[in-house]
Design a protein. Structure first.
Length: 350
């Protein structure tokens, strides 16, 4: 028997929803196998994760807190992916946004709150945007592979953050811990409910703006056309180089806003390892949402629940923190495999 893959000429609309849903379910099944190998009942583990993520008002609020950076960074990578620019550097752009915001918070702490937070927001966007612009310039003018350059810049940003919190920005009263001094109250985002901060509004507004840009503007049309066929876009008079630069500025800037909201709204200081890998998780979020800004909300919320639930089973069932990463990896593997069923149908020939 021979198995062949035949490309779909037309793709049913229901398939666009069935494949991501099936990918999540398949990923959870694969995760259950790993849990069994760790000697844990998967049903009990998933039940503990649900309880940890939704079992109380505080648990729910913590899930929302984790959702905020995932939405913002997911939007950032999604706008680049729409143009077939593989921005794998959102983690570094997230860190640089946090560094930019921290610089303003530490050097201009006496400014009024509205002015200080505005400058922190702009600085976070600018630092993230500049970190996205570097690989864009290398891509546009040197033909460098943006997957490699964006990925490598992640490590530069993370280590630069460590240099600052272990060195010039280290809190002298921090008892040796690698962190900056606490931000002033003026530099902290207002809280909306428990630990849910104003970054949630940033995320909602960003969803609306990205949706309008991508689907209702001329520039969004140019981005979609370039993503479908870069040569045809060039022949059609679209300035491809300009769009590469602008889209990576926007992509990095949105991730930078996520970094600003994290340090200003949650940690209230820059510190070593403040990200649990949001930049990488957001790539899965973007693909599961099929690069749709509206769908990003639901998928980011589900992954926020997975992160909070992972912390719960780590504490209650004595499982390593890496187990959450394993489940995320299983879901990503399933998403990549599911893409086959989005574009091909399987035929069995005798």
């Amino acid at each position: 028997m021979q198995i062949i893959f035949e490309k779909l000429i037309t793709r049913p609309k229901w398939l666009s929803y069935a494949v991501p849903a099936g990918s999540i379910i398949t990923g959870l099944i694969l995760g259950a196998i790993f849990l069994l190998c760790a000697g844990v009942n998967p049903l009990e583990a998933y039940s503990e994760m649900l309880q940890g993520a939704f079992g109380s008002k505080y648990a729910f609020s913590e899930t929302v807190v984790k959702t905020i950076p995932l939405i913002l960074i997911g939007l950032g990578v999604a706008v680049a992916f729409r143009m077939l620019l593989w921005n794998i550097g959102a983690e570094g752009q997230f860190y640089m946004g946090a560094i930019g915001a921290t610089f303003i918070a530490l050097t201009m702490k006496d400014l009024p709150s509205y002015m200080l937070l505005t400058l922190m927001f702009l600085s976070g966007f600018l630092f993230g945007a500049l970190w996205g612009l570097i690989p864009a310039l290398l891509k546009a003018y040197g033909g460098a592979n943006e997957i490699i350059t964006t990925l490598m810049l992640n490590y530069v940003a993370i280590n630069f953050c460590d240099y600052l919190v272990y060195g010039p920005w280290k809190d002298p009263d921090g008892k040796g811990f690698p962190l900056t001094e606490q931000f002033s109250d003026n530099a902290c985002l207002p809280l909306l409910y428990k630990r849910i901060h104003l970054g949630l509004i940033f995320a909602i507004v960003s969803i609306i703006l990205v949706y309008l840009i991508m689907n209702k503007s001329k520039w969004g049309y140019e981005i979609r056309v370039t993503g479908e066929n870069i040569r045809a876009a060039g022949y059609g008079g679209i300035n491809v180089i300009r769009n590469i630069l602008l889209i990576m500025i926007l992509s990095g800037g949105i991730a930078g806003i996520a970094g600003m909201s994290e340090v200003s709204g949650l940690t209230h200081r820059l510190q070593h390892g403040f990200s649990p890998g949001y930049g990488y998780t957001a790539i899965i979020v973007a693909w599961l949402a099929r690069l749709n800004p509206i769908g990003m909300t639901l998928v980011a919320f589900l992954f926020g629940a997975l992160l909070v639930g992972g912390d719960q089973i780590q504490m209650s069932m004595n499982l390593p923190g890496s187990m959450t990463g394993i489940i995320q990896g299983a879901i990503l593997f399933s998403v990549l495999g599911g893409e086959i069923f989005s574009h091909y149908k399987i035929k069995f020939l005798k």
